[in-house]
Write a protein that binds this ligand. Structure first.
Ligand code: FPP
Length: 257
């Protein structure tokens, strides 16, 4: 997954100076759009619109830095409970994003995949998502996963149901269920787990995001609100990640020897 970057609208002179470690899989909890807008006396949806600009910046910066997988938490299963106008505004924004970014994503070798319960999305949005997933299916420079109508607990339950169904039909021996098999039944089946999870806006929670997959992820929290998150902020997170020692239950001595 190492191709030349064809057409990226990022601050390349800043990004090219970075010489630290780059996580293979980065996952972002994009929080703080509402507060960003309210702080400026604007409607919350204006904050989400500003957040979409940060999405482009982070997607293209990760592409520039050769991240393999970027997963963005755009809308949780619980976000359906928000006021109707905000939900429909966000759905419209996802639709606009797909239309507006389609050409750039494809040209930049980025594959799109949406994870979550897409049956709750409108037929139109489901169609737009499926079309871009198909169009970008052979791209291999980076995988962009967007979690929409997504919940980690819901994802785990879905995997359990699938395995239980197979076991009840005698297609599967319950004793054969191990971590690898379970992982394969998640939306993210077959992908490396996130190495770094970034959450913006000074909240210190996971909020039902990739619960199984982040068992050993490094967590990075910043006060910066998502619409203000840019190349410099991303590099700060990566530099912080570079300083972490990942031990996976072993001792420091074992890891360094
Ligand atoms: C959380 O901030 C953010 C969301 C629920 C929506 C995230 C959506 C975007 C960044 C817009 C575009 C996304 C794509 C993929 C095109 P919040 O509204 O809960 O912020 P608050 O805590 O300040 O209220």
């Amino acid at each position: 997954m190492n191709q030349p970057a064809p057409d990226l609208t990022v601050n390349e002179s800043l990004l090219e100076q970075y010489d630290g470690a780059v996580p293979r899989h980065v996952a972002c909890i994009m929080d703080g759009n509402g507060r960003w807008a309210q702080g400026r006396g604007l409607k919350r949806l204006r904050g989400h619109r500003a957040g979409a600009k940060s999405v482009r910046c982070v997607v293209e910066s990760c592409r520039y830095l050769n991240v393999d997988v970027l997963t963005l938490y755009a809308f949780s299963s619980q976000n359906w409970q928000r006021p109707r106008g905000e939900v429909s505004g966000l759905m419209k924004l996802f639709d606009i994003y797909i239309k507006k970014e389609r050409r750039r994503l494809v040209k930049n070798g980025i594959r799109l995949r949406v994870i979550g319960d897409r049956s709750r999305l409108s037929d139109k949005l489901q169609g737009a998502i499926a079309a871009l997933e198909a169009e970008s299916a052979s791209n291999d420079a980076m995988l962009l996963q967007v979690a929409v109508s997504y919940g980690g607990r819901e994802e785990i339950l879905r995997a359990c149901r699938r395995l239980a169904t197979a076991a009840a039909a005698k297609e599967l021996d319950p004793d054969a269920i191990d971590e690898r098999m379970f992982s394969r039944h998640l939306y993210t089946g077959g992908l490396p787990d996130p190495e770094l999870v970034i959450r913006t806006s000074g909240e210190y929670r996971i909020s039902n995001f990739l619960l199984w997959q982040i068992a050993y992820s490094e967590l990075y929290f910043t006060e910066t609100l998502w619409p203000d998150f840019n190349e410099a902020e991303l590099l700060k997170a990566f530099a912080d990640f570079s300083r972490r020692q990942r031990r996976f239950g072993k001792t420091a001595e074992q890891v360094t020897s």
